[in-house]
Write a protein that binds this ligand. Structure first.
Ligand code: AMP
Length: 174
């Protein structure tokens, strides 16, 4: 079986979590399997072969797992983008719409420098709202967002088009 097929087979659909109508893509079976986790990081890194990357930014919380491993594999630094109230130093914040209400994410204002090349990594793109908000935080600090790599894209929700002109790379598309 190819790594792609093995990863796809390992993603567990959880119906009606965290609320009715949502099919939650549970990636914990990938994390728990040494080969699958290694392969998921390899595939996320494959996209970036032609890119120069100074730092990898990850989105709270499942994004951290993939982004930190990608950063280490690429020899890059890691930058956390967190839910409001978690980062201890001076922050910039950005709000975005969720299905019900709004959410706010934050970044340390000295986490990236103007002109640095940043790869944004998350576990999944659904509507794209989270990734757009994170991308705005990075570019707002003057960083160059060279790409957005995610393990899973729910393409029927159209998130990718909101991220134009940033290149979006996805391992598994549904
Ligand atoms: P969105 O802002 O709509 O693109 O949502 C993306 C964020 O919400 C990601 O960080 C995911 O971890 C989480 N998420 C949204 N929908 C799902 C889903 N169906 N399964 C798993 N995680 C999801």
């Amino acid at each position: 079986m190819t790594p792609h097929l093995a990863l796809r087979a390992a993603v567990r659909d959880v119906i009606d979590f965290p609320k009715p109508g949502i099919v939650f893509k549970d990636i914990t079976p990938i994390l728990a399997n040494a080969t699958l986790f290694h392969d998921s990081i390899s595939l996320l890194c494959d996209f970036t072969r032609h890119l120069k990357i100074d730092k990898v930014a990850g989105i709270d919380a499942r994004g951290f797992i993939f982004a930190a491993a990608v950063a280490d594999r690429l020899g890059a630094g890691f930058v956390p983008i967190r839910k409001k109230g978690k980062l201890p130093w001076k922050t910039r914040e950005n709000s975005y719409a969720l299905e019900y209400g709004d959410a706010i994410i934050e970044i340390h204002e000295d986490a990236v420098q103007a002109g640095e090349s940043i790869l944004l990594v998350d576990d999944l793109i659904a509507t794209g709202g989270t990734a757009v908000a994170a991308a705005q935080l990075l570019t707002g600090l003057g960083a160059k967002l060279v790409g957005i790599s995610v393990l899973i894209e729910l393409s029927f929700l159209g998130g990718r088009s909101k991220l134009t002109p940033h290149p979006v790379y996805t391992v598994l598309t549904y």
